[in-house]
Design a protein around this ligand. Structure first.
Ligand code: PLP
Length: 362
C-alpha cells in the first residue's frame, strides 16, 4: 500500500535530534513557557519574516485568539471562504461573530477576490483568507480591498508554512496570521501546537497575555484570557523540524512537478499553480466527475487517498442555519476533489506508481 502520509517515517528521519532535544527538555525541569518556546518563537518569526510570533496550543486557538484580540464579536462579520476546513469558521463563531461565506475560484480553490466586495457591509470587520492546500491566496487584490474598506486581513496559514507570495512568506502578508502544527501539517509537532505571527506590537502584547490567562505577570490578570500555550516539548521538536521545512517543501514540489508533468488522463483535472514558490503542496488535489469511483479504483490498486473535504461547511449539521443555502462552486469542489499521496518521505518509485495507475484509469 502507498500510504497517503507516513507520519512515522516522516518523524523517524529526525529521530536522533528529536530524541536529544526531548531529553534536554526532560532534564531541564521546566516544561511550560521556557527557553524552548522563546527560541522557537524567535526562529519562526524570523522564518516568516515577521517581528513577532506567539506560540499557542493549536491552530484553532491561534485563529480564535486573533479574532478575540481584535475585539471582533457579536454583531460583527468576518468574510471567510466557503470551502475551508471548519476550524477557520469556528474561530469566528466561537467569538459570537458572524462568518460570511465567500465562494472560491474553481481553478485555485482559494477565495475569489472578485467575490469579496459585494459581501462587505457596515458590520464587516475582517477578511480571513485561507491559503488552502498550500497555495497562497491572491494577496495584492485582497489587501487592496481590505485597505479600501478598512478591514483587517487575517491569514489562516495552517496548510501553507513556507509558501512565498511576491517575495514574502505567508504569515507576513496580512495584519496577522494563524498557524497549526498538527502532526500532518507541513511543519508538524508530536501532538497539538499552533502559532500567531504579526508585525503589530500592540496586538502581539495582547496575544501574549491572552494565551496565558490574560496575564503578563504571574497572578496579575489584565484580560479575561485563556490557557492556550505551546509547551516546551512541542516547541523544542518544532525547532528541530523547522530547520528542514524548506527542503521538505522542496521535496513536495518535486513530486507535484512530476504529477503535473506526467498525469495525462483526460478524466483528471490537475491543480493549477501560477508561481512555483507560491505553493508548498500540503496536499495535491485533483478533480474528477466520478470521484468516489476513482478513489475506489486507486485503493484497489493499493494507493491511499483522502478527501479534503467531503462535506462543505454550510452543509454540516453544526451549521444548521446554513443548510438551506447553496454555494455552487464550493459544492462542486467538495463532490469532485481527491487528494493524492504527497509527502517529504514519498519516494520516486511510489510517485511513478501513482502516475502509472492513474493514467490507466478509464
Ligand atoms: C488544520 C487546520 C486548522 C486547525 O488547526 P488545528 O491545529 O488542528 O486546530 C485551521 N485551518 C486550516 C485551514 C487547517 O487545515
Amino acid at each position: 500500500m502507498i500510504p497517503f502520509l507516513d507520519l512515522k517515517k516522516l518523524n523517524e528521519k529526525h529521530y536522533h535530534s528529536i530524541s536529544e532535544t526531548l531529553e534536554q527538555v526532560l532534564k531541564s525541569g521546566w516544561y511550560i513557557m521556557g527557553d524552548s518556546l522563546n527560541r522557537f518563537e524567535r526562529e519562526f518569526a524570523d522564518f516568516c519574516g515577521t517581528k513577532y510570533c506567539v506560540g499557542v496550543a493549536n491552530g484553532l486557538d491561534a485563529l480564535s485568539l486573533i479574532v478575540k484580540a481584535y475585539d471582533i464579536g457579536e454583531g460583527d462579520e468576518v468574510l471567510v471562504p466557503s470551502n475551508t476546513y471548519i476550524a477557520s469558521i469556528l474561530a469566528i463563531s466561537a467569538n459570537s461573530a458572524t462568518p460570511v461565506l465567500i465562494e472560491p475560484k474553481l481553478s485555485t480553490y482559494n477565495i475569489d477576490p472578485s467575490e469579496i466586495e459585494k459581501h462587505i457591509t457596515s458590520r464587516t470587520k475582517a477578511i480571513m483568507v485561507v491559503h488552502l492546500y498550500g497555495q497562497s491566496c491572491e494577496m495584492d487584490e485582497i489587501n487592496a480591498i481590505a485597505k479600501k474598506h478598512k478591514l483587517k486581513v487575517i491569514e489562516d496559514c495552517a496548510q501553507a508554512h513556507g509558501a512565498i507570495y511576491n517575495g514574502k512568506k505567508v504569515g507576513n502578508l496580512g495584519d496577522v496570521a494563524g498557524f497549526s502544527f498538527y502532526p500532518g501539517k507541513n511543519l508538524g509537532a508530536l501532538g497539538d501546537g499552533g502559532a500567531i505571527t504579526t508585525n503589530d506590537e500592540q496586538l502581539y502584547l495582547k496575544l501574549m497575555a491572552y494565551r496565558n490567562y490574560g496575564s503578563h505577570k504571574k497572578y496579575e490578570n489584565i484580560y479575561k484570557g485563556v490557557n492556550s500555550r505551546l509547551d516546551e516539548i512541542q516547541a523544542a521538536v518544532l525547532s528541530v523540524k523547522l530547520a528542514f521545512l524548506d527542503s521538505e517543501n522542496e521535496h513536495r514540489r518535486q513530486i507535484a512537478k512530476y504529477y503535473l508533468e506526467n498525469i495525462s488522463n483526460e478524466k483528471i483535472i490537475l491543480p493549477s499553480v501560477e508561481v512555483d514558490e507560491q505553493h508548498v503542496w500540503h496536499v495535491f488535489v485533483v478533480r474528477t466527475a466520478e470521484r468516489d469511483r476513482l478513489q475506489k479504483y486507486l485503493l484497489d490498486n493499493k494507493i491511499q487517498t483522502i478527501i479534503h473535504y467531503p462535506i462543505p461547511p454550510h452543509k454540516q449539521q453544526a451549521f444548521k442555519e446554513w443548510n438551506h443555502l447553496s454555494y455552487e462552486i464550493s459544492e462542486k469542489i467538495h463532490n469532485e476533489i481527491l487528494s493524492l499521496p504527497i509527502s517529504p518521505v514519498m519516494g520516486i518509485e511510489e510517485v511513478r506508481k501513482v502516475v502509472e495507475v492513474i493514467n490507466r484509469y478509464e
